[in-house]
Write a protein that binds this ligand. Structure first.
Ligand code: DAH
Length: 350
């Protein structure tokens, strides 16, 4: 073979190498296919481009310049074809070395309202539908609002210092108040019934309110007791309000909050601020015993008088239910302490 024949043969092979290499990179459809084409053509040790480079040495010195120039062009073309193929398949398969925007992100964990707050909000919503507005009162109360105006006489056992958190603020026996048996005039309220008095003192009838809040009693903590818990108080005063209204409202509420299969029962009882008074029990389908949810009754005429209402004009009903009990019943929680420990493993479930 003459040296020019040898050169044209070598150049033809370079052109073929170029055509085949470009076709290989163009048809590669995955990162793996691009990589295997790269190894075949551009591999440092056994690649076909490397072999073509080796061939330079076999040519006559006169042919080397022409071959070298063509070789460089082919090599550059194949390298850019390899780069193009790589970015093409990488775009299709985003995971390779890039951020995969199609993967689910890492969401910051979002908090939510405490189950007791959820219960309170739902109470506000449900009673709101019956026309009850929300009222509030202080947790640090005076003895007048906690006892006297609620027709609880000074001798009543509910005033026992062992059953109440009295506070020695502002001296003992403030003027006008009967005070506690030991003379304190302030206390942490032991019931939300205080808000009944505060609302009626501040407005003439008609009244239709609920009050939700904390109450405090020095009870020993166990699965069903705490020194602090929450109550929802209800009060409706108007002309011609009856016990039938009370029962309807509580029954509708119980079924709305706890389910259609809830039955409610009134058991005769006594509270100084209602006459007659009842305990409110609820029974669930599948449950085997009545659960006491709180107390209720018709507002005692003495209470109406204490706030300047005329018991011959208006009558009213009142009720007080335990919010923890409602919440625990609703969610099947069996230990009240779980509601106060702020353990997110527990709270996350609601
Ligand atoms: N205040 C009572 C308690 O804490 C519950 C109660 C009973 C509230 C009867 C009322 C009521 O409004 O009418 O035990």
């Amino acid at each position: 073979m003459s040296s020019s024949d040898a050169l044209s043969d070598a150049l033809a092979q370079l052109d073929a190498l170029r055509a085949e290499g470009l076709a290989a990179f163009e048809s590669a459809g995955s990162p793996e296919a691009v990589e295997s084409a790269r190894v075949e053509y551009l591999g440092q040790k056994h690649g076909r481009v490397k072999a073509a480079q080796e061939r330079l040495k076999t040519l006559e010195p006169a042919s080397r310049k022409g071959y070298g120039q063509r070789f460089n062009a082919v090599k550059t073309d194949l390298e850019s074809a390899c780069d193009a193929a790589r970015s093409r398949v990488e775009r299709k398969d985003v995971a390779v070395g890039a951020i995969d925007v199609t993967l689910p992100g890492i969401r910051p964990r979002q908090g939510h309202r405490h189950p007791l707050t959820q219960t309170a909000d739902e109470l506000i919503d449900l009673f709101g539908r019956f026309g009850f507005a929300v009222a509030r009162g202080p947790e640090v109360e005076d003895v007048r609002h906690n006892f006297d105006a609620l027709n609880i006489p000074p001798s009543h056992p509910a005033r026992d210092p062992l059953d109440n958190f009295y506070l020695a603020v502002g001296g003992k026996s403030a003027p006008g108040g009967a005070g506690s048996p030991t003379g304190e005039s302030a206390m942490l309220r032991s019931q939300t019934s205080t808000v009944q008095i505060r609302v009626m003192e501040s407005q003439p009838p008609p009244v239709r309110v609920i009050a939700i809040g904390r109450v405090y009693r020095p009870d020993t903590v166990d699965a069903t007791h705490s020194f602090m818990f929450h109550q929802v108080e209800g009060l409706m005063v108007d002309r011609g309000v009856t016990m039938g209204d009370l029962k309807s409202v509580l029954r509708l509420f119980a079924r709305a909050y706890l389910g259609k299969d809830v039955t409610i029962r009134f058991r005769p009882s006594f509270f100084p601020f209602t006459e007659p008074s009842v305990e409110v029990d609820m029974l669930w389908h599948g449950g085997n015993r009545w659960v006491e949810m709180g107390g209720a009754g018709m507002v005692d005429p003495n209470v109406l008088r204490a706030v300047g209402y005329d018991p011959d004009e208006v009558t009213g009903f009142a009720f007080g239910l335990g919010i923890e009990r409602l919440c625990m019943r609703r969610h099947g929680i069996d230990d009240i302490r779980l509601l106060y420990q702020n353990d997110v493993r527990f709270l996350r479930q609601f």
